[in-house]
Design a protein around this ligand. Structure first.
Ligand SMILES: NC(=O)c1ccc[n+]([C@@H]2O[C@H](COP(=O)([O-])OP(=O)(O)OC[C@H]3O[C@@H](n4cnc5c(N)ncnc54)[C@H](O)[C@@H]3O)[C@@H](O)[C@H]2O)c1
Length: 348
């Protein structure tokens, strides 16, 4: 078992099989009567029974709310149904919500918990690789609006994060690859050791250690910059370009993790040509992405990518804060004037 403390507020535990003991662990941090478990219709049939039984053994009265899976249901209507469910079941300020699922579930459950009775506690039991290495840590909660992704939400920390790598056995491969996009990004921005181990190891070898390493790094970054004014921006490496590619495909083509992978390659090739990054870095990123069956290029041209990327950013300022690598494991923020961004990217 490996444990990390975040902001002196909550612990993250990585342990195989911990889902079966979640009740006991949650009881250590909560004197709630009711535990309201939120899950989606893919995850609930596999894990809800185990979680419910464990919570009941620990003396909680358990109610569960299951929503239809997928990003298309990550909206305010689903969040409102969660909040109404809390009210209908009579949750009080001392009761607790439990998010059992991927990033969609964790983000919405956390948001519902942040607004119900002006905030109740919640626990994250992330079951996708992306949620285990990234979204369950850091306190960002929310949902999508028609105008765009994650446009409404709140910073609300979980009281506990319980990560059980055994749950990845049932996660479809395409979501494993998606989570690996974030893992590779974590190595690139902060840990040469993690990146080299991924290069050397077999696919998904030592996944428990990899998860622990990613969570530790995310916790450190969040700890230094909770509200994303500085260092936390490094976590967005590859995201400006990646997000634009996702948008060009109406969020129904390339997945988020894969788009970020392509974004990391493009921006690093450009940085190498501009003399800002060690030569050969982009090739190593390409090699690792290919190992995990991820794309390394896109059919969209730089002009279109930049136009989409700028449509969000231009309103605020004339510069775009791009995250670049000096070398593997060493990242920095490089402001580029908006009108120069296309030329910069064209070097890729
Ligand atoms: N809060 C943050 O800091 C943060 C960071 C990154 C991403 N996110 C958000 O996370 C979301 C993406 O997360 P995701 O990829 O986990 O999506 P997801 O929750 O939709 O999960 C992906 C799919 O896998 C299924 N699934 C999850 N765990 C499973 C398991 N163990 N076995 C079988 N099926 C399983 C889900 O039902 C779903 O179909 C996005 O909405 C994104 O905005 C949030």
């Amino acid at each position: 078992m490996k444990k990390i403390g975040v902001l002196n507020k909550y612990d993250i535990t990585v342990k195989r099989g911990i889902i079966g003991d979640c009740g006991e662990k949650i009881r250590e941090i909560s004197n709630a009567d009711i535990a309201a478990v939120i899950s989606d219709d893919n995850v609930a049939p596999i894990y809800l029974d185990t979680v419910t039984k464990s919570l009941q053994r620990a003396g909680f009265t358990v109610y569960s709310f299951v929503f239809p899976h997928g990003e298309e249901n990550k909206n305010i209507q689903t969040v409102m149904k969660m909040v109404e469910f809390f009210a209908k079941k009579g949750l009080t300020r001392t009761d607790i919500a439990v998010a059992l699922g991927g990033g969609v579930c964790g983000d919405m459950c956390g948001f519902a918990a942040s607004i119900y009775l002006r905030g109740i506690n919640f626990v994250q039991i992330p079951t996708s690789l992306l949620a285990q290495v990234d979204s369950s840590v850091g306190g960002k909660t929310g949902c999508d609006l028609e105008a765009g992704k994650n446009l409404v939400g709140a910073f609300h920390h979980p009281s506990l994060v319980l990560i059980d790598p055994d749950t990845l056995a049932t996660l479809p491969e395409k979501y494993m690859a998606d989570g690996m996009g974030e893992v590779i990004k974590t190595g690139l921005i902060r840990s040469k050791k993690l990146f080299s181990e991924l290069e050397k190891g077999e696919k998904y070898e030592n996944i428990d250690d990899i998860i622990y390493e990613c969570v530790k790094i995310k916790a450190e970054v969040v700890e230094n910059d909770f509200t994303e004014k500085g260092e936390r921006m490094l976590l967005n490496f590859g995201h400006t370009v990646g997000h634009a590619i996702e948008k060009l495909e109406n969020f129904s083509g390339i997945s988020h993790g894969m788009a970020v992978g392509v974004g990391m390659v493009m921006i690093t090739k450009a940085a190498e040509k501009a003399g800002l990054c060690e030569i050969g870095t982009a090739d190593r990123i390409i090699g690792l992405l290919e190992k995990y069956g991820m794309p390394t290029e896109t059919m969209h041209n730089e002009k279109d990518i930049v136009a989409v990327a700028m449509s969000d950013k231009k309103r605020r300022s004339n510069t775009i804060n791009t995250v670049l690598l000096k070398k593997i494991g060493d990242s920095f923020i490089y402001p580029i004037e908006c009108e120069k961004f296309e030329d910069f990217l064209k070097r890729s």
